[in-house]
Design a binder for this molecule. Sequence first.
Ligand code: MGD
Ligand code: MGD
Ligand code: MO
Length: 698
Amino acid sequence: MAEVAAAPTSGLVRGACPHDCPDTCAWQVTVEDGVAVKLVGDPAHPITRGGLCAKVNHYLDRVYSSDRLLYPLRRVGPKGEGRFERVSWDDALDDIAGRLQEIIATDGATAILPYSYLGTQGLIQERGMDRRFFARLGATRLVRAVCGDAGGSGVEATLGTRTGMLPRDIAESRFIILWGTNTVVTNLHLWPLVREAKERGATVVVIDPARTRTAQAADWHVQPRPGTDVALALGMMHVIVAEGLHDVDYVTRHTSGFDALRERLASYPPERVASITGLDADEVIRLARAYATTRPSAIRLLVGMEHRAHGAMTYRTIACLPALVGAWRERGGGLLYMTSRLHFEALNAGAVEMPELEDTTIRSVNMVQLGRALTSPDLDPPIKALVVYNSNPAATAPNQRLVMKGLCRDDLFTVVHEQFMTDTARHADYVLPATMQVEHLDLMWSWGHDYLALNQPAIAPRGEAFPNTELFRRLARRMGHNEPDIETSDEELVRMALDSAHPYLNGITYERLAEHGWAPLNLPTDRRPFADGGFPTPSGRCEFWSSAFADAGLDPLPHYQPPREDLSDDSGLSTRYPLSLVSAKGSLHFLNSSYANLPRHLRAEREPRLDIHPEDAAARQVVDGEEVCVFNDLGEVRLHARVGDVTRPGVVVMPSGWWASLSPGGTSANALTADGLSDRGEGGDFHDTLVEVATITT
Ligand SMILES: Nc1nc2c(c(=O)[nH]1)N[C@H]1C(S)=C(S)[C@@H](COP(=O)(O)OP(=O)(O)OC[C@H]3O[C@@H](n4cnc5c(=O)[nH]c(N)nc54)[C@H](O)[C@@H]3O)O[C@H]1N2
Ligand SMILES: Nc1nc2c(c(=O)[nH]1)N[C@H]1C(S)=C(S)[C@@H](COP(=O)(O)OP(=O)(O)OC[C@H]3O[C@@H](n4cnc5c(=O)[nH]c(N)nc54)[C@H](O)[C@@H]3O)O[C@H]1N2
Ligand SMILES: [Mo]
């Protein structure tokens, strides 16, 4: 396997965490006689600061788990029963290539659907060879937009980019709004910077319908009804403008559409906003005043809040606030969102991905609607083969019942490349063993900070595991695709990505990364991207009136619409269910559905719980600790209730990430979630889910 980088037998190896998480920690692995004996966070990395997290502290348990998939497996029993026999890679690949070729011959290549996400988010293993392979086949294209796309398209509509502040700027802030993000659980390595700011006198506000760990650690928890943030932001703007707290000079010089916005704001007096959001008018006023008058003020957005029918509108509206008060003028002011673009502007990712091979006229399937794609009678040709890697849709895709119905189809040929026998893998015809991060080479960008890292293999792959790149090289050869670029090695792919004249990469070479493990992109310490305007929008201004929204046929001005409107038509969910379900991350010890099968992590999480407010519990005779059934037209989930103040009346909260097969009632949160799409971008609306809760009478 010359294309795959080899590992040393002893010593200290530098690498970085592969997970789909904003922190992308740099780590160091101690290897003795070919065995990884210790894995710790790099103390010198300014974001990692020597600490990992409750999940990755035990990464080596994951590597050496007795449940690791080590050999290719072929199904022998009925679909989903989980009976497999060990086969050789050669036999597996020959048969898979043959089956795919048969399907291409009878139904065409679009009957094949790849399904992957950021199970490992390194540039090479996530998109190094698979994209070339499926593009050359002419397979149905997958829209990989479950995370960051709805919010991103909203922020971009207002600012022209998804990247504003950097994490280090947060330490300079004096008023920080963590808006719909659970930093302590999902973005742990930002927290020390928040704490630094606090020590220097900053106020930390969390806006979240749930009283999360982060809300508990904040100075001020604002707890609106879910899906009403647009109204809250407009209410804040109403107060700011009415009281003359906006930055007239900044607004005049660097924004567009202020007069139209001002007119719109007339419809959002604090009293109306209070009735929409369920907050006190006084709290809306206090929040607006504090935000506008404490400097520098920062807003942190991440992902959870976008999973709604109006997700893009929500992010676009909130992104107007910093310009209104001129927060961009100061270091520590503005909006902190995704840093991905900094990396992707700098790296030569196109050389790795080869997007030019893709025929964009071929149909696409949105990953959020996998269940529909696998079961729709209208798809022509229907999906006949599914190749899953880097994702566990049986747990993470919405509308779980439909996804499982699809995976159970006898006429669907399913290949899953995995590290563990997930619920998805259990339904496969072939399960192929995948390497872990300490076993392969990768280049790690980050959506949460501006450090690039090289992950070097520390040990040889366990068993017969292959990296994703190698799987697709071998499959491509077998299917007669002998183009030279299939043979590009992992190291060459990394070098190609770094081969860029972009100034952010000045001085960053493969050798430097190999020696130090990581390097900051070359950005000034005091960056302040929009201190003097210069927004990369069509107008060059922060667009209160969005030309992008206008072009998309959406209201160009911030505009509140109630969350459940779209539900009944798009996802078939009836609106007769009275409770909003938020199924966010919430689990310290899981990373989406990863780790949710490992004994230590399961023990630490104990069991999924339904948080319900005492009023809602009393109305249904639910007592604390009792097993309940949560249901709607899409499915049901059984779990124990926790009655308390985590949530507000009308809202119940359940963690996502649990595998259905390891959950008390055999289904998990996504059995209830809607599979419609967001207003803009191509994200999902699965937090716009309504449910009822009932006691179980036996
Ligand atoms: N421990 C751990 N860390 C993770 C992950 C994990 O699974 N476990 N997953 C990683 C991934 S893939 C991602 S995308 C990030 C996500 O990071 P975050 O976006 O921080 O996390 P989420 O839990 O998805 O959502 C954050 C909060 O949004 C709230 N929310 C939901 N609807 C609304 C709303 O309408 N308004 C407001 N104001 N708030 C709302 C939820 O109650 C939740 O507390 O975390 C990453 N980090
Ligand atoms: N209800 C609800 N649903 C959600 C969310 C939510 O908050 N609530 N969050 C959504 C979000 S933001 C996200 S990002 C998605 C995440 O959804 P997924 O992308 O499905 O994430 P994981 O559950 O972590 O699954 C990743 C899988 O990839 C495997 N893997 C890891 N590394 C490799 C590798 O190198 N090769 C191969 N072949 N496999 C590998 C892991 O073992 C794991 O099983 O879930 C979404 N679904
Ligand atoms: Mo995500």
